[in-house]
Design a protein around this ligand. Structure first.
Ligand SMILES: [Zn+2]
Length: 603
């Protein structure tokens, strides 16, 4: 530390150099919060948590996870907030719980970059003409203080805050600030959009009725969309609560709270969005749905699918974002290994037969189908689809929407399509015997049919169709390939770090008898501003591709044992999902946790 830096208010004579476990425990003992008898065991526990935790875990976070009960009355639990408040007292600094609604993040984000803030784990939270308030959980690591004081030309006021809050808000504030600025730039308005949130918060305090066409509301909705697109969100949730309402984004399959706004502001935002989606703005007690087409700052068209739901505190609105870019991806970009991509191409270019894609909801089945169909839809080939709903309007396909209200089911849809001289038919999902029979009939009359099923793995798809009542000889005559798939999050390339110690036993329990050498290096998630501190950025598919062979066909008729089907599939070149996942771990693309979460053990 630079000795010229202004000393914090109550610097102790014998200040430790760093706030580590040793310092924390010596203070806990000195203050009688931990008794001597138990202190060694608690210390060891905290040390273990720190060692096995994420890189950069703060020692206070580890101590909080020990759930210590103070030995001093009133014997309260030493939660992370309680520990931070106590440490603040020890170093003579104020403790502050960070309230995102009170922070003008566009202003404070100007004083340093996100990476600078992340490097020192500090968060600027308030700016006056003379002072800059900075939150930290590292009261002794102040090498940044002089530099920031000089650059901002202000005196630095330090406050102690929770290390978890600081890490979370470093990721959020700087991204928010950047997004608001670029929205401001692109709209070219004189009115500073950056003040909108503060103004809305002020308006909210007045309890004034806000109009859906209020310019602030218009701007804030536009900004929200741009922010969601930039953050690669797949869904935006507007959730009313009693006083404040939450805005959450789903990114790479996981929900993140991105902001809170006063309830009245959200009511106005919801009204604005419903208006644009041509929904009934007055009706709030009935679920509704709608669509909006908008553009990104880069000029790309984006479709939003809206749905509302009445909740105890008002109308909840969810917007699903459909990014047209997903359909121009290639198989390798979807995560297909070279070998599987070649086998998939071979199957999908056959003139007739049924190809099934299986997996739970949200496993990327639709993306695989659209990508495949898009590659097949040339001017000589008529691609027709029956879907529920149509997830993406694609000019190269003839798409039909299932409408139960007018008796247009999947099987009716296929029947109607057959009169339209199709070459390739995509049926959204096979849910019943009627649809399965229509798909089989289409395949038997010389069409290539692609569809989806809800089963956990590829061989189980055969069992599922038999259970629906499809005779085995019809399956033998038509089904040519089955693809099971899952999505795993991919490690953020900006912050992933080698994780040396992959246990030999864990690797072998994963890959079993498969001869896949243990990778020399595997990687683990760390977290940085680029990935909102999650350590992951984007997702990739893992695939189990079963090509139906002659010996496999024979088994369908004679055996109802899924294990036998699976063994034959493997003999024919199928790699089980778990193995496909292990290969992604070995490539350094994802982690063992991600793969174990979505795949079953080898049989
Ligand atoms: Zn990262």
């Amino acid at each position: 530390m630079n000795s010229a830096a202004p000393a914090p208010t109550a610097a102790k004579a014998s200040r430790p150099a760093v706030l580590d476990l040793h310092t924390i425990f010596s203070w806990l003992l000195a203050d009688g919060i931990v008794e001597k008898a138990g202190s060694k065991a608690h210390y060891a526990e905290a040390q273990g948590i720190l060692k096995n935790g994420d890189a950069g875990m703060h020692p206070l976070t580890a101590v909080a996870q020990c759930k210590l009960i103070s030995a001093k009355p009133p014997h309260r639990q030493m939660t992370l907030d309680a520990l931070c408040e106590w440490v603040a007292g020890k170093v003579g600094l104020p403790f502050q719980r960070i309230d995102p609604l009170k922070i003008d993040f566009t202003q404070v984000a100007d004083v340093m970059s996100a990476s600078y803030a992340a490097r020192f784990n500090i968060l600027p939270i308030a700016l006056t003409p003379t002072t800059l308030t900075v939150a930290t959980a590292e009261p002794f690591k102040l090498e940044w203080e002089l530099e920031i004081s000089r650059l901002s030309r202000r005196k630095i006021d330090l406050v102690i805050a929770s290390p978890l809050d600081i890490a979370q808000y470093i990721a959020q504030f700087f991204a928010l600030a950047k997004s608001i600025k670029s929205a401001n730039k692109s709209s070219g308005q004189d009115v500073a959009l950056r003040n909108n949130f503060e103004q809305l918060v002020e308006l909210g305090k007045l309890n004034k009725q806000l109009d859906a066409n209020d310019q602030h509301v218009v701007n804030i909705v536009d900004w929200l969309w741009q922010y969601a697109f930039e953050q690669r969100a797949s869904d935006i949730h507007l959730e009313p609560k009693r006083d404040v309402a939450s805005i959450r984004f789903r990114i790479d399959g996981i929900l993140h709270q991105v902001y809170q706004v006063p309830a009245v502001v959200m009511i106005a935002m919801t009204a604005r969005i419903k208006l644009l989606g041509r929904m009934d703005v007055i009706e709030k007690r009935r679920p509704q749905d709608g669509r909006i087409k908008t553009r990104t700052n880069g000029g790309q068209e984006v479709e939003l699918r809206l749905s509302t739901l009445p909740t105890a505190f008002g109308e909840k609105l969810v917007m699903r974002i459909f990014d047209p870019e997903v359909v121009v991806k290639t198989l390798p970009e979807l995560g297909f290994p070279v070998d599987d991509a070649r086998r998939w191409d071979e199957l999908t270019t056959r003139p007739h037969g049924i190809i099934l894609v299986t997996g739970p909801t949200g496993s990327g089945k639709t993306t695989t189908l659209y990508t495949t169909l898009k590659a097949l839809a040339t001017s000589e080939v008529n691609v027709c689809t029956v879907e529920d709903p149509i997830e993406m309007v694609e000019p190269a396909f003839n798409q039909m929407q299932v409408q139960p209200g007018i008796d247009l089911s999947f099987s009716d849809g296929v029947k109607a399509l057959m009169r339209q001289d199709p070459d390739i038919i995509m049926v959204g999902e096979i849910r019943d015997l009627g649809t399965a029979e229509m798909a089989i009939q289409a395949a038997l009359t010389g069409h290539l049919v692609l569809s989806t099923l809800h089963t956990n793995d590829a061989p189980s798809a055969i069992m599922r169709l038999l259970e629906l009542g499809v005779p085995h000889y019809l399956l033998e005559a038509t089904v040519i390939g089955i693809l099971a798939q899952r999505l795993v999050r991919t490690l953020c390339p900006h912050c992933k770090a080698p994780d040396g110690e992959l246990n030999e036993d864990i690797w072998h329990s994963m890959v079993g008898a498969w001869n896949i050498p243990k990778p020399t290096t595997i990687y683990r998630a760390v977290g940085c501003p680029e990935c909102r501190q999650t350590g992951f950025r984007g997702r990739t598919g893992i695939y189990e591709l079963l090509s139906i062979t002659e010996p496999f066909t024979k088994l369908i008729g004679t055996s109802t044992d899924v294990a036998a089907l699976r063994r034959q599939g493997v003999a024919d070149g199928m790699k089980p999902l778990r193995i496909a996942g292990a290969m992604k771990i070995a490539e350094g693309v994802t982690t063992a946790d991600e793969v174990l979460k979505v795949t079953a053990a080898l049989h």
